[in-house]
Design a protein around this ligand. Structure first.
Ligand code: PEP
Ligand code: MG
Length: 601
């Protein structure tokens, strides 16, 4: 991070940053900085004494121009305008621009600290926001957000940054550098122009990371301050396999990474052949199905090309994002139909809407929540918006006759939710029946086990479920109390934490006792280090990012079930994630010295 007064480091060569290896591969290109959070990107400069007066003038002019723009927007809102009831918000914003702390505070910082206007303003904004954010009062927290919005508007004017996102007009060879990208942003990106992502926020299981893997693009997340040090146009290398980012590399470094890119590519080409083979262990046991997770329709072809034996998780929320209205029943039906037909006769598990948390849809007005991951998301939201849920269920049930379809309910945390969801499914079936519309009478309904309470009552839920699928991304977040998009605590996020392994074992034991099939669709399912343990615990289906499939099949075909059992037994004797990871990584490196199964991070 650049220190106050030192200014941006654009002239440094080979500036190394280390983040989280979120999506493999090497990208070498030009930075396109997405100025979504302008406060994180503003330049810092100590002014010469003679610059102070003109800098204050520049700030005042920017505030005036922001106020004029707000007034002109407000003037378009007449009494019949749909926003007429909210016009007062513009008044509030204009008043905030005149706020003493905001206006005078910034001028004072320019004058006494000799900070440039952007820097001074962003510091003042942070101070005001921090003061408001810590209050319990919802009203004051809302004001903090308002200040952020007006402050950002002024900052954009100061920095000459247009309001609309650059995502729609990317030049070729772009590496996107952003504080964070919403799933909707990521979904709108034209992947042929983008060589990778370098992101301040997030970890391996944030949705930006998952989307990047689906798009076969390298990504490094959790960089914390890349948006402060990288400038649009800088040359950048990102190594999504190790989490390393190099800004302004010299020619020798570029050469070295081009070689690495080549090695990586060749390894992946060689491993691709395994995708076509079945996942049979060396002893000839065919105990596990290897499926793909998809978010977008286009990913079906990628999944098939990598050897998926079905879709273990279709995250339908992406049909709802990046738009201002809701998809109709017909639109959804068409999407589900296509996925089912293209995968037939293999199974497709369609998850009902899991919106909320870090996935938001403009069309769904979810009021801001202090803890969105613990709030109104997934099945909770669907049970609260019954029409929305019913429309989706109708589309799934209708499409299901065209292939091998299963339905998956996300974020079930108690028996009542599962029962209520199933009652609604039966009601929707009744409707379709009475309307004479064909649908799948016997569709299997599964429960996504991703909340620790679901593990604790797995025996009760087993009576309601045709199958279980363990969602480790959320299960880990909730069991270990680690926000999956918070880079500050990401170091604690470990799939091999003994608590996580025990939760998985607890679930698989219930499944073995009851005969309920068990899948896993969290990112752990595609992590080669974890795969032997998952086989040892008796998981029947591993659903993963399609790109991991060939590698995982290669691994499975090289090991025996006995070996998996022994590794599992030993891992359960260990006391920490570090010990278990070390043991499994050593084992894998010894057994497969030339493979890329373990990230050397
Ligand atoms: C999970 O939580 O593991 C999961 C598969 O769902 P998502 O990542 O979409 O929350
Ligand atoms: Mg989940």
């Amino acid at each position: 991070m650049s220190e106050p007064g030192v200014g941006p480091v654009e002239n440094d060569t080979n500036k190394f940053l280390k983040g989280i290896a979120a999506s493999g591969g090497v990208g070498i290109g030009q930075v396109v900085a997405i100025e979504r959070f302008a406060t994180e990107m503003c330049p810092k400069r100590i002014l010469n004494p003679e610059e102070v007066v003109s800098e204050i003038g520049r700030f005042e002019a920017a505030v005036k121009s922001a106020a004029e723009r707000l007034k002109s927007i407000k003037s378009t809102i007449g009494p019949d305008h749909p926003l007429a009831d909210h016009a007062y918000l513009f008044e509030t914003s204009i008043l905030l621009l005149e706020d003493r702390m905001f206006f005078e505070g910034t001028k004072k910082a320019i004058e006494s600290e000799r900070q440039n206007a952007e820097w001074a303003l962003s510091e003042v904004m942070h101070k005001i926001a921090a003061a408001f954010e810590t209050t319990e009062d919802e009203y004051f927290r809302e004001r903090a957000r308002d200040i952020h919005f007006v402050g950002e508007r002024v900052l954009r004017i100061l920095m000459g940054v247009p309001s609309e996102s650059k995502i729609h007009q990317l030049p070729p060879h772009s590496v996107l550098v952003a504080h964070d990208l919403s799933p909707a942003d990521t979904a709108q990106i034209k992947s042929e122009r983008v060589l990778g992502f370098a992101i301040d926020m997030g970890g391996r299981t944030s949705h930006t990371a998952i989307m990047a893997r689906s798009m076969k693009l390298p990504a490094v997340t959790g960089l914390q301050n890349i948006t402060r040090v990288a400038q649009s146009g800088d040359t950048i290398i990102i190594d999504g396999s190790t989490g390393v980012v190099i800004l302004n590399p010299d020619p020798e470094m570029i050469y070295r990474y081009r070689e690495r890119q080549d090695v990586y590519r060749k390894y992946h080409e060689a491993v691709m052949a395994y995708g076509r083979l079945p996942a049979v262990t060396r002893d000839g046991t065919r105990s596990v199905r290897i499926s793909a997770n998809i978010e977008l329709l286009d990913e079906v072809e990628i999944a098939l090309a990598h050897g998926s034996e079905g879709i273990g998780l279709f995250r339908t929320e992406y049909l709802f994002m990046g738009r201002n209205d809701l998809p109709t029943e017909e639109e959804q039906y068409e999407a589900y139909r296509q996925v089912l037909i293209r995968n037939a006769p293999n199974p497709v598990t369609i998850r009902t809407l899991d919106i909320g948390g870090d996935k938001l849809a403009a069309s769904l007005k979810v009021s801001p929540e202090a803890n969105p991951a613990l709030g109104m998301r997934a099945i909770r939201l669907c049970l609260n918006h019954r029409d929305l849920f019913r429309t989706q269920l109708r589309a799934i049930l209708r499409a299901a006759v065209l292939g091998n379809c299963q339905l998956l309910l996300p974020m079930i945390s108690c028996l009542t939710e599962a029962q209520l969801a199933k009652t609604i499914i039966e009601e929707v079936k009744d409707d379709l029946r009475s309307e004479g519309i064909p649908f799948d009478e016997r569709i299997k309904v599964g429960i996504l086990v991703e909340v620790p309470s679901a593990v604790a009552i797995a025996d009760l839920l087993a009576k309601e479920a045709d199958f279980f699928s363990i969602g480790t991304n959320d299960l880990i977040q909730y069991a270990l109390a680690i926000d999956r998009v918070n880079e500050n605590v990401n170091y604690l996020y470990d799939t091999l934490h003994p608590a996580v392994l025990r939760l998985i074992r607890q679930t698989t034991s219930v499944c073995q006792a009851t005969g309920v099939p068990i899948a896993m669709c969290g990112e752990m399912a595609g992590d080669p280090v974890s795969v032997p343990i998952l086989l040892g615990l008796g998981i029947n289906e591993l659903s993963m990012n399609a790109l991991s499939i060939p590698m995982v099949k290669k691994l499975i075909r090289s090991i025996s079930l006995d070996e998996c059992m022994e590794l599992t037994r030993r891992a359960f004797e260990m006391h920490s994630a570090g010990e278990i990871r070390g043991y499994l990584s050593d084992w894998i490196k010894k057994r497969f010295p030339t493979d890329y199964f373990v990230d050397e991070t």
